[in-house]
Write a protein that binds this ligand. Structure first.
Ligand code: THU
Length: 161
């Protein structure tokens, strides 16, 4: 009989912003600010991502759409690629992501898409240090994952090449 492999993922559920650390609050605020600057004339879905770096500085990204739809890019990858292009050796201490519709100031659950998870996983692997991910969740709550690996089990990495 086949054996089972059971995966366990722990997510900290924070009921409101009051439960975030000071740095997490700042990162979420920056992600919200980034979402306000998204270029999303087609989906009107504004996504913001903030990266907290090892030295405490923060770096933001937002989704950038294009009339040729597949040419656009998600907020998470915009932030990560820009960071890596400008500061290739800075380690990332946290990624915060939030989203809203253009029509409302209410921030909505922001679950990174599969391609963004893959890219996040690459940089986590590269820096050999877990990157916690803070996500806007429903009803003003937040999810804190301890590592990108928790968002992407059975990763494809350079080890497989
Ligand atoms: N989007 C992101 O920026 N991040 C994600 O993880 C999911 C989706 C963007 C892409 C597109 O501009 C808009 O949200 C609607 O899919």
């Amino acid at each position: 009989m086949a054996s089972e492999l059971n995966l366990q993922i722990t997510i900290d559920v924070l009921d409101s912003a009051a439960e975030l650390s000071e740095q997490e609050k700042q990162a979420m605020q920056l992600a919200q600010e980034a979402a306000n600057h998204a270029y999303a004339p087609y989906s009107n879905f504004l996504v913001g991502a903030a990266l907290v770096l090892e030295d405490g500085t923060m770096f933001k990204g937002s989704n950038q759409e294009n009339a040729a739809y597949p040419s656009g890019l998600c907020a998470e990858r915009t932030a990560l690629f820009a960071l890596s292009a400008n500061y290739p050796n800075q380690k990332i201490k946290m990624i915060a992501v939030t989203a809203r519709r253009r029509s409302s100031m209410e921030f909505l659950p922001a679950m990174p898409c599969g391609a963004c998870r893959q890219v996040m996983a690459e940089y986590e692997y590269k820096q050999q240090q877990a990157i916690p991910v803070l996500l806007q969740a429903a009803d003003g709550k937040y999810y804190r994952l301890r590592s990108v690996a928790d968002l992407l089990p059975f990763q494809f990495t350079k080890d497989h090449l």
